[in-house]
Structures are given as structure tokens and as C-alpha cells.
Design a protein around this ligand. Structure first.
Ligand code: ADP
Ligand code: MG
Length: 304
């Protein structure tokens, strides 16, 4: 019991593993609270979160010297609610999510959390309040337990297990040869896409952060896996401020607000029923396309 854990050691070990693994910034962000070498304003204050409301105000953004990807983006993700970003591929949805943890800063405009400009708070305090589930979950060399605990290095075994249960991962974990101590990653046991996603959701849940950024997976999951991932996501979203890049019609329909992105701008905003009925609306068009795609998908699954 005494040798339960040593956060400093865990972080050191993690650092080594991260240097070995070539992971991109989004993946690193998924697991790390802080990166020590980042520049920040000397007068930066800790972010204080109450409702966890996120506001984009006239946000424009370009990657380097390329033409702007986001132009004058305005929207509010209400505290404790789910805001879904939808729109054609390349519209700027993933870029929007990337700006919240400050991988990049806007060219113009501000992003506020509970009224505080995120450019003026410490990055450590900002990221402590965020959890992110990427489209392609990344597993590190290590045990299943390690992989969940990367979400919060000082989490106890009991907290890891609670997160796994909420992510509908506990049962398949126990079915592995060494349960939570089963090695995964390149040289470890092979997990299905849906199982990897649920571990990644458990990793986000163990952070217990008030804000969840979610790049919903479109990857082909079998029907059973998909249902389990959907349940896991529903658990993760409850009571949090969620910005989800939504592909599943079920997520979009349930969202408290839908932001329809087109070519770097907010084209429409509303809830499913009103947007779907708008004549000539982009959402209405996307929705009828997606409904067709989903019907085809169901037919394919039914026909085996
Ligand atoms: P979406 O998630 O809506 O498909 P993205 O935000 O990923 O859209 O991409 C918006 C545009 O930005 C695309 O044209 C894409 O090619 C470009 N883009 C995305 N990431 C980068 C990057 N790191 N450097 C340069 N251009 C990028
Ligand atoms: Mg994207």
C-alpha cells in the first residue's frame, strides 16, 4: 500500500516514453497537463472556472502564412451543455477545438472561459480544466492501468477503475490476460478499435475536467463496439461543457446547440429540429445526405 504511487516518477517515465514515441501535439495534449517550456505572459493568472462557459468572439486564424482557415467565428458553448460542430470536411472544425487548449492562438479575436481571455491565463491552469478525446486514440507502451492514468498521473487505482467503468471498459479489461496490468501499445495485447476508444475515453474521464473536447470517431466499428462507445461518450458528456465534432446523427440530435461550419465561418446555429426544417439550409442538406448514409450503413450491417 505504501508504494502505491509516485507522481513524479510516473511523469518522468512518461516523459521518456513520449520522447521515444513520435506523437503529434494533439496526442501529447491528450495526456499532459503542462509543458514546461511554453511561453506565457508574465502576468498570467490561473483560470478560475465556475460554469465553464466557452465563448469564441470574432476569432480568425491561419496556419502560419497560409490563407485564413477561420474567419470571424462567433459562438458560445454554454456551461454544462453540449455544443456540436458539424460541417463539411475541411470547414475548420478540428482547428476550432485546437484553439481551446492553445496549441495555436487566434490571429484576431478572443476565446473566453467564464469571461477570462484564455490568452491571459496560465496554460497549466487552462489545460487542467480540459479533457480531450481524439479521433484516433493513442496507446502508449505500458499497462492498461498506465494508459488510463496518463489522464491524471496522481489518480489512485480505485479512480482508474471508476473511470474505466464509466467508459464501459471495465469488463473487457478484466477479460484481458492480466486485467488492468495487461501490457498494451506496440508490443502489447491487441485491442479492437472500439476498445482503444473506450480506454481513451476512460483516460479523459479520470481527469475529471469540467470541459470535454471530443473529436467523435467515424472509424468503422462493429455494431456492438459502436453501442459501447456511444454509451461511454454519453457518460463522459453528462454534466460537462462539451464541444463535440459530431458525426453520429444521435449525438447531433441530442446536442443542446449545433454550430454548422462552412469554409471557416459559422454558417448556421440552432437545434436539430429547427435547422433540419430550414429551406435551403446547409444543415438540412447535410442532414438529408447523412440520413441516407446512415440508412445505407444500417442496411449493410443488417445484410452482414
Ligand atoms: P475539419 O476538422 O472541419 O475537417 P480542419 O480544421 O481539420 O477541418 O482543417 C481546416 C483546414 O485547415 C483544411 O483546409 C486543412 O487542410 C487545414 N489544416 C489543418 N491543419 C493544418 C496544419 N497543421 N497546417 C496547415 N493547414 C492545416
Ligand atoms: Mg476534423
Amino acid at each position: 500500500f505504501l508504494m502505491a504511487y509516485d507522481p513524479a516518477k510516473r511523469l518522468a517515465k512518461l516523459q521518456v516514453q513520449m520522447e521515444r514515441a513520435t506523437v503529434n501535439a494533439r496526442m501529447i495534449y491528450e495526456i499532459l497537463d503542462t509543458q514546461s517550456h511554453q511561453r506565457e505572459a508574465p502576468e498570467a493568472k490561473p483560470l478560475v472556472v465556475s460554469e465553464a462557459k466557452i465563448e469564441f468572439r470574432d476569432v480568425s486564424f491561419a496556419y502560419g502564412k497560409n490563407p485564413p482557415i477561420l474567419r470571424g467565428v462567433n459562438f458560445t458553448a454554454e456551461g454544462g451543455r453540449t455544443t456540436a460542430l458539424v460541417g463539411p470536411s475541411g470547414a475548420g472544425k478540428s482547428t476550432i477545438i485546437t484553439l481551446v487548449p492553445r496549441f495555436y492562438d487566434p490571429l484576431e479575436g478572443q476565446i473566453l472561459i467564464d469571461g477570462q481571455d484564455i490568452a491571459k491565463v496560465t496554460k497549466a491552469s487552462l489545460r487542467r480544466h480540459l479533457a480531450y478525446v481524439s479521433q484516433q486514440p493513442y496507446l502508449f507502451e505500458g499497462t492498461i492501468r498506465d494508459n488510463i492514468r496518463y489522464g491524471r498521473p496522481d489518480a489512485t487505482d480505485a479512480e482508474v477503475e471508476v473511470a474505466a467503468r464509466h467508459a464501459y471498459a471495465h469488463d473487457f479489461i478484466l477479460a484481458q490476460p492480466q486485467g488492468y496490468d495487461t501490457p498494451v501499445g506496440e508490443n502489447g495485447t491487441t485491442l479492437s478499435g472500439g476498445q482503444r476508444q473506450r480506454l481513451s475515453i476512460a483516460r479523459a474521464l479520470v481527469r475529471n475536467a469540467p470541459i470535454l473536447l471530443l473529436d467523435e470517431a467515424t472509424s468503422a466499428l462493429d455494431t456492438e463496439s459502436e453501442a459501447a462507445v456511444q454509451k461511454a461518450l454519453d457518460e463522459a458528456m453528462g454534466g460537462r461543457t462539451v464541444i463535440v465534432i459530431a458525426h453520429r446523427l444521435s449525438t447531433i440530435v441530442k446536442a443542446d446547440k449545433i454550430i454548422v461550419m462552412d469554409n471557416g465561418q459559422v454558417a448556421e446555429e440552432g437545434v436539430h429540429e429547427e435547422l433540419a426544417r430550414r429551406p435551403d439550409g446547409l444543415y438540412a442538406r447535410l442532414n438529408s445526405l447523412q440520413a441516407t448514409a446512415i440508412r445505407d450503413d444500417i442496411t449493410e450491417k443488417e445484410n452482414g
